[in-house]
Ligand binder design. Structure first.
Ligand code: NAD
Length: 497
């Protein structure tokens, strides 16, 4: 009998006010029902926010190093439960175990980084214009942070948002993706075990259009952090703009790997296979365009097609699987629609383009690694985020053209250049319009202690990860202390008088 899960609100596990639930099934084998999760409504969000406001009053007064201690203990728990969490994550999300282990590791790294930040949260102390006056800035928590997360990094992305939000002293209401609710359920259990006061964290499961929307619209939630598609982000952005909320958006990508004629082609081949087909192409940083210098185009493409055809599709929990399923049937239909679009546009389908046959793979949402050659930069195939195992190959004559192609899309998350020319490497870092550029490495592989995010329609200027995210989740306050015992007037009196 599959379990029926609950929300975590006001310090207890509670059923949704709606009385309804949705199913969470294994995308590699839809006969496997993981559980039923609350299909929450506005009343659940209201209750969660009321409780979070109480939690905030306790947590904001807890010293930051003590808040950090909770996150350090959580890091220890994540280490201890790594294997179990990775297994559960693959079961609900589909990517192979090596990748879900990496997803947990990112949460561990984020926890330990956050723990040390509890002893920093630096402000500035600067000289005052006036005598006997002290001037400084410091950081204060903001209030209740509403966090909305996508399906593709079921543990890492919730930790990228929760841990800095909590470390800064905010209370949290999280609405995880309805496609992967179980991993966040486990994360909240572990946070409580690590000693987080219960009302500081609230977990509200549900769909975007109901629970997610209610959270964004709630007047007592001054901070929203969202990761997901650009379409959803635009919608959330309108509401937050109208309500003057602080908002962090991390959205879609159309990332390119550029391979120059002097590149180490073995390395570039490994890189593009990992970048394009890892996580079944469902990473925000996935390589969806391959920009090849014309001198190496034909031979590289041939090797790439052979290698892609050798990738083994399968359940991510079974040894030997290279590529897991897509997240759901809607996603597979979207990928199929882009295969049709590519063919109509005149691109050449060189491998894949369909779902695999057979009973084993027929139980899940599998799709063959797909490569289109002869793609031109303006095709929809080369412009729009597909979010599946589809790679578009574009031929260029030189580096400048590669830069123009890379930059000629509305997104700007990550990019990669394979070359042995150090001058080109540095030019790429300057000229590619992305939040992240990798040299001689694929478009994926962020590290927890560096800022992460994209330019153009991938983001709205904020960053997750590293030190910058702590500025997002805290307010800068300035304090002046005048110990002169006289009225000193800034800009009017000065020390020459
Ligand atoms: P999605 O936009 O469908 O959903 C993301 C979250 O938003 C879910 O929790 C969903 O329930 C919620 N949501 C949907 N409609 C909402 C609404 N009206 N109000 C409030 N919340 C709402 O995205 P997805 O399919 O889960 O994830 C894939 C997308 O995420 C891709 O576009 C990918 O590029 C992007 N992504 C970006 C990054 C990044 O850091 N830039 C990282 C991972 C994923």
């Amino acid at each position: 009998m599959p379990k029926t899960f609950k929300n975590f609100i006001a310090g207890s596990w509670v059923a949704p006010s709606t009385g309804t639930h949705f199913e969470n099934r294994n995308p590699a084998d839809t006969r496997d029902l993981i559980g039923r999760f609350p299909d929450s409504g506005s009343a659940d969000v209201q209750a969660a926010v009321r409780s979070a406001r109480r939690g905030f009053e306790i947590w904001r007064r807890t010293p930051a190093p003590a808040r950090g201690d909770v996150l350090r203990r959580l890091g220890d728990l994540l280490v201890r439960h790594k294997e179990e969490l990775a297994d559960g994550m693959t079961r609900e999300m589909g990517k192979v175990l090596a990748e879900t282990r990496g997803d947990v590791q990112e949460g561990i790294d984020t926890a330990y980084y956050a723990a040390t930040e509890g002893r920093r949260l630096f402000g500035h102390t600067v000289p005052s214009e006036l005598r006997a006056k002290w001037a400084m800035s410091f950081r204060r928590p903001i209030g209740v942070a509403g966090l909305i997360t996508p399906f593709n990094f079921p543990l890492a992305i919730p930790t990228w948002k929760m841990f800095p939000a909590l470390l800064c002293g905010n209370a949290v209401v999280i609405k995880p993706s309805e496609d992967v609710p179980h991993t966040t359920h486990r994360l909240v259990e572990l946070l409580l075990e690590a000693g987080l006061p219960p009302e500081v964290i609230q977990l509200v499961h549900g769909r975007g259009a109901s629970a997610g929307k209610s959270l964004v619209e709630h007047p007592d939630v001054p901070v929203i952090s969202f990761t997901g598609s650009t379409a959803t982000g635009s919608f959330i952005g309108e509401t937050c703009g109208r309500m003057h909320k602080r908002l962090s958006l991390e959205m879609g990508g159309k990332n390119a790997q550029i391979v120059m004629d002097d590149a180490d082609l073995d390395l570039a081949l490994e890189g593009v296979l990992w970048g394009a087909f890892g996580t079944t192409g469902q990473r925000c940083t996935a390589t969806s365009r391959l920009i090849l210098h014309r001198k190496i185009h034909d031979r590289f493409l041939k090797r790439l097609v052979d290698a892609a055809e050798g990738l083994r599709l399968g359940d991510g929990r079974v040894d030997g699987s290279d590529v897991g399923p897509l997240i759901h049937e809607r996603s597979r239909q979207k990928v199929e629609s882009y295969v049709a679009i590519g063919q109509e546009e005149g691109a050449e389908l060189v491998t894949g383009g369909r779902k695999p046959g057979g009973e084993r793979l027929g139980r899940g949402f599998f799709f063959r690694p797909t490569i289109f050659a002869g793609v031109t930069p303006s095709m929809r195939l080369a412009q729009e985020e597909i979010f599946g195992p589809v790679l578009s190959v574009i031929q260029v004559k030189n580096f400048d053209e590669a830069v123009r192609v890379n930059n000629g899309v509305k997104y700007g998350l990550s990019s990669s250049l394979y070359t042995r020319d150090v001058n080109l490497a540095f030019r790429a870092m300057q000229d590619l319009d992305n939040g992240i550029t990798y040299v001689n490495a694929p478009t994926i592989g962020a590290e927890a202690h560096l800022p992460f995010g994209g330019v153009k329609q991938t983001g709205n200027g904020h960053r997750e990860g590293g030190w910058e995210v702590y500025e997002f989740y805290s307010e800068t306050k300035v304090g002046y202390v005048d110990y002169s015992g006289t009225l000193q007037r800034a800009q009017i009196d000065n020390y020459d008088d």
